[in-house]
Every structure is written in structure tokens, then in C-alpha cells.
Design a protein around this ligand. Structure first.
Ligand code: C2E
Ligand code: CA
Ligand code: CA
Length: 429
């Protein structure tokens, strides 16, 4: 019983399906993730027709070699059809990472293959599906991936990706919706502040403002829960305006004593395109901003995809007003490297899912280092959030990450407490 392809020495279709079935089962058992990529060489028959079968075979062998070299030790590659290859990439956390891998493969296969003194070009299409995001059964995963591949080919695209359902369903919670209506008026909202530490000097350079809601009967409600509801209901605009003003006002009280601080405020995705955004910000800065407080807006990548060019020019204007722009949760979204050069951004914030367990995960170490280097290549600062232990801190220092934030230094604290914390913090050793 052979499960390898004679020509390339890779797994054949049968062998691959068996492998995929096992990998998917493991992913389900151990709650890990994997990506399936199918690489289809377009119009391969042309090569056979023009250059002969010998050339065709030679090219297939070379493609197999390229794919074999591109994968990591824990990944698999197979030839599952005449001109079709498949890869299993394990531990892929999100669509963005699978897409990066696909781009790398496309780039490598773009270079001409030599056959005698001839240069032969191939072009290919790649389908991407993730387990369990798009399917948690191996046959469905395979079908799903073949179908997005087919769709991409029809549209003349090089990459096809399975569609992801809405990230999280926003809960229907009438209670909350009603109560949110006057949470602001009734003084139930509060801001907590979490310090950001510079890793070279060991000093505090700023704080992030994080919203807290003390519900009269349900007690403390996490922002991850009520902010999406507030966004849907249109309450987020007055709330964000309040946070921005309050954080600047409170921050400017401490900076008189502790010197310059940046104050970072989280900005919801559709805020950037709001026509009166600049006015709201300018007003708040006129009212509260002294020389010692510099506001930072933390935005998520999602804010930029709707209208990139327009968003970029708005961000540029904000920067000219002296506002720092930070990309929050960096690494979790689609970060198309093609627009990076144009990005008017001062800071990247590495998502905590990569940082918190960085010590135990070589994959996360790679990602964190990659983001640090990327930020520096584009003259941006980089913050690691979710630093919970000394090990993570030491790794971040080693790879020259600029700033860090996390429970290891301090949890988010109310205004009274952060004042004390600032005066007691002697700096990082
Ligand atoms: P985020 O902007 O990514 O904020 C970081 C979250 O990580 C905060 O949770 C913070 O308390 C938490 N955190 C900080 N250090 C550590 C650590 O070392 N370990 C762990 N496990 N967690 C840490 P929080 O305050 O519950 O906020 C959750 C999310 O809710 C925020 O994520 C942000 O997306 C949203 N949010 C919070 N405040 C606001 C706000 O004022 N406006 C808007 N639009 N969104 C907000
Ligand atoms: Ca944030
Ligand atoms: Ca974040």
C-alpha cells in the first residue's frame, strides 16, 4: 500500500486525506487550529503541450521541492492531483497568518523554473480554509477549500479564503440596552488606567484608559460585553467623547506632578470616518490638554479596511494635531503588508494572545519578534500588551520591544489609585 506520489515523493491524495483526518481529529481533541491550503497550478497542460511531458514532470518536481522547503517541521505537503498540491499548516491562529503563508508560496512560485536553457513560468491559485473556523470535519474542510479555490479561479484571483461568520454574535440583552441609555447620565461609568512602561529606561511613559461600568443591579459588567451593544445602539459616540474628555482632564491633573504622559483611548471602528471627529478631539484638547499630556488613539485594523485612503488621510491630519495613532490587537486581523508603507501610525500594539504565553510558545516568539522588527522597519514604536510574568518581560527586552503593559506591572486602576501607583513606582529594574 503506497501513499506517496511516485514522481515527487510527496504524499498522494489518499495518503494526504488520511493525514488530514488525523490532524483535524487532533485539532479537535487538543483545541488547536490548523490551515489547509490547496495550490492549483493553472493551465498546466500548456507546459506539457509546449515543452513536452518531460519538462512538465521536471517542473512538478521543482514545485514539490519549493513547497517542501517552505513548510515548517510540523507541517505537511502533498500532491493531490495532476497539477494540484495541498498543505497542512498546524498552529495557524487566524486567517491573516494563513494568508501570509500563501503570499510567500505565490512569490516563490513566481520565479521562473529552468528547463535546459528555457525559463518556464507557472501561475497558481491558492485556496485557504481553517479548522475549526471554517469546518471541523476533514471532508468538509477539504470540500470548503476546494470550493473557495474554484471561486478564486473563476474571479481571476490568486487567493481564495473561506468566509468567516460574524466574529461574535452580539447578545440580545434588553436589560443592558435600557440601562445603557442612562449609564452615562447616572454616573455609572468610570475609567481605569493601566500604565505603559518603556523597557529601555524602565519608566512609565503613559497610560491606557479602559472603560468600566458599574451596573446598579448586575454589578460590574465587562467592556467586552457591553461595548458591542453600545456600538450597535449608537451610544458609543457620546461615551467615547466622554472618555476622551475625562481621560485628558484626569491625566492632566497627574502630569503636573509626574511629567509628560501619553493617554491612550480606545476608539471604536466606525469612529475614524465620523465627520465631526476632528472637532470633538480638538475641543477636548483645547479644554484639557496641556503640554504634558499627549493623546493617543488606539484603533483596530478593522477601522481602516472600509475606506483605506480616506482613513489614512484623516489619521495623517490627526497626527498633525499632535495625536499619536496606535494599532491595537495587532496580528489578529488582516494586515495587508502592501499598505504598511502608507500607514500613518506611530505604534503597533501586539495582541496579548501572542504575548501572555510567549515563553512557552516558539510560534508566538516568532510572531512577536516579527511584529517588533516590522514596526521598527517602518519607524514605529511597538508595545506588548498582556505581559504577565518576568519571563515574557525578559524575552521582550531581548528582542528590543519598546514598551510593555500588563498585569506583571499593574492592573488597570481607578484614578485615585493610579496617582498613588505613579508616585510609588520606582521604575523597572
Ligand atoms: P484592549 O483595548 O485590547 O484592552 C486590553 C485588555 O486587556 C483590557 O481588558 C485590560 O484590562 C486587559 N489586560 C491588561 N493587561 C493584561 C494582562 O497582563 N493579562 C490579561 N489577561 N489581560 C490584561 P478590559 O479592560 O476588560 O477591556 C477589554 C476590551 O474592551 C479592550 O481590549 C477594548 O477592546 C474594549 N474597551 C475597553 N475600554 C474601552 C473603551 O473605553 N472604549 C472602547 N471603544 N473599547 C474599550
Ligand atoms: Ca486597547
Ligand atoms: Ca489590545
Amino acid at each position: 500500500m503506497t501513499t506517496t506520489d511516485e514522481l515527487t515523493g510527496l504524499y498522494d491524495r489518499k495518503g494526504f486525506l488520511k493525514l488530514l483526518s488525523g490532524q483535524v481529529k487532533d485539532a479537535n481533541t487538543y483545541k488547536t487550529k490548523l490551515a489547509l491550503l490547496i495550490v492549483d497550478i493553472n493551465r498546466f497542460y500548456r507546459i506539457n503541450n509546449i515543452y513536452g511531458y518531460e519538462a512538465g514532470d521536471e517542473i512538478l518536481k521543482k514545485i514539490a521541492l519549493v513547497l517542501r522547503n517552505v513548510i515548517r517541521e510540523q507541517d505537511y505537503v502533498a500532491r493531490i492531483g495532476d497539477n494540484r498540491f495541498a498543505l497542512i499548516l498546524s498552529g495557524i491562529m487566524n486567517v491573516g497568518h494563513a494568508e501570509l503563508a500563501a503570499h510567500k508560496i505565490l512569490r516563490l512560485l513566481q520565479a521562473p523554473f529552468l528547463f535546459g536553457d528555457r525559463k518556464i513560468y507557472v501561475d497558481c491559485t491558492i485556496g485557504i480554509s481553517l479548522c475549526p473556523l471554517h469546518a471541523s470535519n476533514y471532508m468538509f474542510l477539504m470540500k470548503e477549500c476546494e470550493s473557495v479555490l474554484h471561486g478564486a479561479k473563476e474571479k481571476g484571483r490568486t487567493i481564495g479564503i473561506s468566509e468567516t461568520l460574524e466574529d461574535e454574535e452580539i447578545p440580545e440583552d434588553w436589560d443592558i440596552e435600557l440601562a445603557l441609555d442612562d449609564a452615562l447620565d447616572k454616573d455609572q461609568l468610570q475609567i481605569h488606567y493601566q500604565p505603559k512602561i518603556a523597557l529601555d529606561s524602565g519608566g512609565v511613559v503613559g497610560v491606557e484608559a479602559l472603560l468600566r461600568w458599574n451596573h446598579p443591579s448586575r454589578g460590574f459588567i465587562p467592556p467586552n460585553y457591553f461595548i458591542p451593544i453600545a456600538e450597535r445602539m449608537g451610544h458609543i459616540k457620546p461615551i467615547t467623547n466622554w472618555i476622551f474628555n475625562t481621560a485628558l482632564r484626569q491625566g492632566s491633573e497627574w502630569t503636573d506632578k509626574w511629567g509628560p504622559l501619553s493617554i491612550a483611548v480606545n476608539i471604536p471602528p466606525d469612529f475614524i470616518l465620523m465627520p465631526d471627529l476632528k472637532d470633538l478631539i480638538a475641543n477636548a484638547m483645547n479644554l484639557w490638554g496641556g503640554d504634558n499630556v499627549s493623546p493617543v488613539l488606539e484603533i483596530v485594523e478593522r477601522s481602516l479596511v472600509l475606506e483605506p485612503e480616506k482613513s489614512f488621510s484623516i489619521l495623517r491630519e490627526l497626527q498633525e494635531m499632535g495625536i499619536g495613532i496606535s494599532i491595537d490587537d495587532f496580528g489578529t486581523g488582516y494586515s495587508s503588508l502592501s499598505y504598511f508603507e502608507k500607514l500613518p501610525v506611530n505604534e503597533l500594539k501586539i495582541d496579548q494572545s501572542f504575548v501572555t504565553n510567549v515563553v512557552g510558545s516558539p510560534a508566538n516568539q516568532n510572531i512577536v519578534k516579527l511584529i517588533v522588527d516590522l514596526a521598527h522597519a517602518f519607524d514605529m514604536e511597538v508595545v506588548a500588551e498582556g505581559v504577565e510574568d518576568l519571563g515574557a518581560l525578559q524575552y521582550l527586552k531581548k528582542i528590543k520591544c519598546d514598551l510593555a503593559q500588563g498585569y506583571y506591572f499593574a492592573k488597570p486602576m481607578p484614578q485615585e489609585q493610579i496617582k498613588d501607583w505613579l508616585s510609588n513606582f520606582a521604575g523597572l529594574k
